[in-house]
Design a binder for this molecule. Structure first.
Ligand code: PLP
Length: 395
């Protein structure tokens, strides 16, 4: 066991050794620009071609439907801004639990004159097809609903939602950053028009992602310049990272069933263990419809930030919400959206398990977390008041 336990895989993952090994030749020996004429560039060109084919196959797409980007945020921007630019404005439908890469992009588009509807989720974090149907207007140009939530792990009924979009002839985009490499995906069977992914969530380096765009959909380039990515996204191809992302996805998909079965066992032990040993604690999100490695709990009468610091001092790297919002004292918009009060949302903890975690890590967390919570409560005036008011009972 290393000297810390990393359980923040929804924030980012380690580059797998096999991935690094696949990348190395393209950082050292075959560094030629894909577009150049000499023969080492033939090798890099072929590597990018193979990577594109492999990524396409992993999600049931065609090679020419994959556009390489720098990250999930860029992919989301490209889909939303591209469609709205092409349409010359109009109405966007999304949800109130999306990642900020979607929410802030939609906000920016609204400032530019578009309109938007944010579908509210239920207490499990779910959207229904009927809800979506009711929100569609003649002006709706794109529907963007995430596949799996980054905070509470809830998996949306994407196939059913995409079918509603299709029935109305509206483009359906999904932010699948937390799903690619973790859930089985077939874009054709699921009826998805556009899908965003990010390599660093499944064992590739940070700084590489892709957008699947169904054949026949024209998206204007956001980044203009050279003719890379068939004119859809300028910038010299990041060969090594593209190769690494393809390798990481290939491994993730081939090991998915085994990995998920293992993560699920650990997750269930963690959830049961936490709920049994910590009073005034609740699980956030749907117990079944959630990604295998996600645990998100709200622990009342404590501050999430203090809890994270104490966990860190005890060698546990976890998160209190999405990593991107760390530093902000606002409670998570996702937890508020599923009906939590500000106070309860503040005491939330996300543990996202991955590849390298073991049952010994679970044992350690279950041994370490409850006494930390007790210590924080014992120091908390809120806890003292709750006991005095008879809202909580000391233990
Ligand atoms: N969408 C979701 C659901 C995410 O979880 C994240 C990152 O946490 C992003 C988008 C942004 O991805 P990236 O960090 O690759 O820009």
């Amino acid at each position: 066991m290393s000297d810390f336990i990393y359980v923040d895989h929804a924030a980012t993952t380690k580059v797998r050794p096999e991935v690094l090994e696949a990348m190395m030749p393209y950082l050292t020996e075959y560094y030629g620009n894909v577009s150049s004429m000499y023969s080492i560039s033939d090798i890099t060109e072929q590597a990018v071609k193979d990577a594109r084919a492999s990524i396409a196959a992993a999600i049931g797409a065609k090679e020419q439907e994959i556009i390489f980007t720098s990250c999930g945020s860029e992919s989301n921007n490209m889909a939303l801004r591209g469609i709205m630019k092409k349409a010359g404005g109009g109405h966007i439908i999304t949800t109130n639990v999306e990642h900020h890469a979607i929410l802030h992009t939609v906000e920016a588009l609204v400032k530019e004159g578009c309109t938007a509807t944010y579908l509210p989720v239920d207490e499990r974090g779910l959207i229904t097809p009927d809800q979506l149907e009711a929100a569609i207007t003649p002006e709706t140009k794109i529907i963007s609903i995430m596949m799996a939530n980054n905070e509470i792990g809830t998996i949306e009924p994407i196939q059913e939602l995409a079918a509603v979009a299709k029935a109305h002839g509206i483009y359906f985009h999904t932010d699948a950053v937390q799903a690619v490499g973790h859930l089985p995906i077939n874009v054709k069977e699921m009826g998805i028009d556009m899908l965003s992914a990010s390599g660093h969530k499944f064992g590739a380096p940070k700084g590489i992602g892709f957008l699947y765009v169904r054949n026949g959909i024209y998206l204007p380039a956001l980044i203009t310049g050279g003719g890379q990515e068939r004119g859809k996204r300028a910038g010299t191809e990041n060969t090594a990272f593209i190769v690494g992302m393809a390798k990481a996805l290939e491994l993730a998909v081939s090991e998915m069933d085994k990995t998920n079965a293992r993560l699920l066992k650990m997750r269930e032990r963690l959830i049961d263990g936490i709920l049994e040993s910590i009073p005034y604690c609740r699980l956030n999100g749907d117990r079944e419809r959630r990604v295998a490695g996600n645990v998100n709990v709200s622990i009342e009468f404590i501050e999430g930030e203090a809890l994270l610091l104490m966990l860190d001092m005890n060698g546990i790297c976890a998160s209190s919400g999405s990593a991107c919002t760390t530093g902000s004292l606002d409670p998570s918009h996702v937890l508020l959206a599923i009906g939590l009060t500000h106070e309860v949302a503040h005491g939330s903890l996300r543990i996202s398990l991955g590849e390298d975690n073991t049952q010994a890590d679970v044992d350690y967390i279950l041994k370490t977390l409850p006494p930390i919570v007790k210590r924080l409560r014992d120091m908390s005036p809120v806890w003292e008041d709750a006991i005095k008011a008879g809202i909580a009972e000391d233990y």
